[in-house]
Structures are given as structure tokens and as C-alpha cells.
Design a protein around this ligand. Structure first.
Ligand code: CO8
Length: 258
């Protein structure tokens, strides 16, 4: 639909698809690509006909990290002036659920990108890891923070200190990913799950996402307060009336997202 250089976008029913498309360099994330990913996410987020976003990588990787060539000669002042990570911060404000579909490598910035998504579906060959330590640097797009909040200090330290590869099975065991599928059916399964979520009341999904993300960073009392306000708010939606009426009338609801 758009003229992107490093990604492809398409629409499958109510699902907006974004595919990283630099397969020759294992979808290494250069700066333009990150801008494109965010532009595509934001335009799907604004589009009322889209209810779920799926992010995948073309070729044999999800993404093998930030583009090492692009950043190798940069200094701290370049990063500061570029305000390099402002686009990454935009991911957190996407309201619709994002499913990462990971096959092959999700390393460094590629792993960080997957960790920014809400669900991760992985192929059995998926490999995660933070190899930055081998390059004399460290993760800069949330890796030390998001991984630690997800798996706790013990494994985060180990994986970040060693750069060790995390297999799909380990990732599943530690709650980093939701499911593993054979490569051949991975996208199909993600579309199925996406379709299921897309059939739910969009405002419920929206406020659930907001409340769960809030829980990650908020003391319980404040989070409970936040949850309650969102719960109350949903009772002003047409979909709440429709959902409860449909239950009473013993039929399927027809949710409109309003
Ligand atoms: N950047 C640039 N090019 C890359 C990258 C990368 N991260 N990863 C792979 N490529 C290129 C290779 O240079 C190669 O190009 P060419 O064919 O022109 O030589 C092509 O992709 C294929 O790669 P390989 O031949 O190396 O394929 P292998 O199957 O032998 O190896 C590996 C695959 C193990 C994934 C290997 O390519 C590798 O180690 N890649 C680098 C992984 C890495 O270190 N990632 C972390 C990068 S640092 C980072 O992400 C910091 C995040 C900071 C914030 C993010 C801001 C955007």
C-alpha cells in the first residue's frame, strides 16, 4: 500500500501485516527501516478496519540486530543528535495488539523489537539472544530492561553477559514467547490467533493491553485503580451493550469497536 524501501505491508482481513524486508542482510535494522516500521504500525493503529498487527521477517531471519555497518563509525554525539531511540519509544504507544512472528534469528535489536510486541509466535528454528557483548557494546533499545522484567535478574544477567543463543524451547520455558510451530505453518497459526483476537471487542482488547502494560511498571494499588477506570469506561461502549445483550439472547455478538 505504501512505498516503503525496507519493509512490506499488506492486509489480511482485519490484520495489518508488516514484513521486514532486507533478507540479504538478515533484516538488519537500519534507521530508515525503524522509521518505516513505526510509520506502518501507526497507520494500522489509526485504521479502524484493522484490529491486530503482525510483524514478521522475510527470508531466514526475523532480524539479526541493528545494522552494524551503519552504526560502526558513530559516536555518542551522533546518537544524541540523531535522537536514535525516539522511534523505538513510539512502539510503546501503539494501542492495537502486535504479534511478532519469529523464524530464524532474533538477535540484538531484532530481539528487542520482538520484546516490544505483545505476543511472540516462533518457529522451531527461532534463535534469540543479545550478542552485543561480543561487539563491545550492550543493548540500547530496551533489552536489559524488557528481558529482565520478563524473566528476572538471574537469566537476564546470564544471557546478557554471555551473548549465548536462546533456543525456541528455552524461550518458551522462560515465558519469552507464546508458542512454537513448525516453520511451514507459523504464519498461518499467527493469522489464526490474530483473527481470533480481531473478533473480540476491540475496545476490550485496547484497554486490556493498556492495563497489562501498566502492570509491568506500576505498584499493585495504582495498577488496580487504573484497571478499574478502564473497566468502568467499557460500560460506556456500544460493544458492552451488544456483548451482554448477545449473551442474554444466546447469539454471537457483532462488535463494532465503538
Ligand atoms: N548488521 C549488518 N549486517 C548484518 C547483520 C547486522 N546485525 N547481521 C547479519 N548481517 C549480514 C552479514 O554481514 C552478511 O552480509 P554479506 O552477505 O554481505 O556478508 C549477511 O547478513 C548474512 O549473514 P552471515 O553470512 O553472517 O550469515 P550466517 O548464517 O553465517 O550468520 C549470524 C548469521 C550469526 C546472525 C551473523 O550474521 C551475525 O552474527 N550477525 C550479527 C548479530 C549481532 O551481533 N547482532 C547484534 C547487533 S548490535 C545491536 O543490535 C544493538 C542494538 C542497539 C539498538 C538498536 C538500534 C536499531
Amino acid at each position: 500500500i505504501n512505498n516503503y524501501e525496507y519493509i512490506q505491508t499488506s492486509i489480511e482481513g482485519r490484520i495489518g501485516m508488516i514484513a521486514l524486508n532486507r533478507p540479504d542482510v538478515l533484516n538488519a535494522l537500519n534507521r530508515t527501516m525503524v522509521v518505516e516500521i513505526l510509520s506502518a504500525m501507526e497507520s494500522f493503529d489509526q485504521d479502524e478496519s484493522i484490529r491486530v498487527i503482525i510483524l514478521s521477517g522475510n527470508g531466514r531471519a526475523f532480524a539479526a540486530g541493528a545494522d552494524i555497518e551503519e552504526m560502526s563509525a558513530d559516536g555518542p554525539i551522533d546518537f544524541e543528535l540523531l535522537n536514535q531511540f525516539k522511534n523505538w519509544d513510539r512502539i510503546a504507544s501503539i494501542k492495537k495488539p502486535i504479534i511478532a512472528v519469529v523464524q530464524g534469528f532474533a538477535l540484538g535489536g531484532g530481539f528487542e523489537l520482538a520484546l516490544c510486541c505483545d505476543l511472540i509466535f516462533a518457529a522451531d528454528d527461532a534463535t534469540f539472544g543479545f550478542p552485543e557483548v561480543n561487539l563491545g557494546v550492550m543493548p540500547g533499545a530496551g533489552g536489559t530492561q524488557r528481558l529482565t522484567k520478563l524473566v528476572g535478574k538471574t537469566k537476564a544477567m546470564e544471557w546478557l553477559f554471555t551473548g549465548k543463543r536462546i533456543t525456541a524451547n528455552e524461550a518458551l520455558q522462560f515465558g519469552i514467547i507464546n508458542s512454537i510451530f513448525a516453520k511451514e505453518i507459523l504464519i498461518e497459526e499467527a493469522l489464526k490467533a490474530g483473527g481470533m483476537i480481531a473478533s473480540q471487542a476491540p475496545l476490550s482488547i485496547r484497554f486490556i493491553k493498556e492495563a497489562v502494560l501498566k502492570a509491568v511498571d506500576t505498584p499493585l494499588e495504582e495498577g488496580m485503580h487504573f484497571e478499574r477506570k478502564n473497566f468502568y469506561l467499557l460500560f460506556s461502549s456500544e460493544d458492552q451493550k451488544e456483548g451482554m445483550r448477545a449473551f442474554i439472547e444466546k447469539r454471537n455478538p457483532d462488535f463494532k469497536g465503538r
